[in-house]
Design a protein around this ligand. Sequence first.
Ligand SMILES: N[C@@H](CCC(=O)N[C@@H](CS)C(=O)NCC(=O)O)C(=O)O
Length: 272
Amino acid sequence: MVKTTKPLLRIFCYLPTPRIWKSTIAARFLDINIELRGTKPTEIKDWLWDFDARPLTKEDKVKLADKTTKGRTGFSIKLYKTASFLATQPYGTIPAAFSPDGKIGIFESNSIMRLVVRLKTKNNTLYGSTPYESSRIDGFLDASLIFARSSQKYLLSINNNSVNKTIRNEAKEAYISYMTGIENALRENKKNGFITSKNITLADICFFCEFSLFYREIIPLNNPKNGINSIINELGPKSFNLSIKHFKKLKKHPYFKIDANKYLSDIEKKLT
Ligand SMILES: N[C@@H](CCC(=O)N[C@@H](CS)C(=O)NCC(=O)O)C(=O)O
């Protein structure tokens, strides 16, 4: 994003990830400047986790050796999180967003996305136009987090080859539950073609990003295990027909495409 205005927030995370797209897509609609700091997922462990996040030198690592924290979700190794990072980020996770002065930490990708839309008060319908509409959008974001919890466990277990039927079935239930609500909402609002209103809202952006995150489960496993096959494939293209169509439509939108195109086509390439 080339912008001349000062960034209104900074986000530190590994890149790319659909969790960050929630904010970058919303920012494009509202012309808000965000500063992104981060590196490839495999290299983020070699960065200082801080408001002033940066790659660590060998000397830094020696100096900070007794200041490391054991990673909990997605990291089995020690991470270099500063005291001020942990003071502003109570869960110590990334994506980690900060106010421009670094004093306020904002965590959870849905809440970071909400911050982006709250930074623009005029001509902004992304978070609905009334308290009722905003709260309905919140409902979809809350529901996405329940799905995200099980889907994260499932995707991480695929990464480290520990996936089993219990984890897969929990993810399948969570997927069905989340997608049923999205499908019902799209059916009710068919004439407008979005989840909650006449326009794209945070509910659509969040759905697109959570589905994109989950989407890589369709890549066949390197070491196939008995009873572990793709949930999306098992349910087939007919289930959640409107939701999948909605995903495909959003994928073509220029503000979504910038982030998602390469990530999703890399997944699709692995299917052939
Ligand atoms: N629900 C959170 C997920 C955040 C999360 O679990 N982040 C993991 C990486 S995927 C993390 O920062 N782990 C660091 C640690 O466990 O110390 C969101 O959407 O922001």
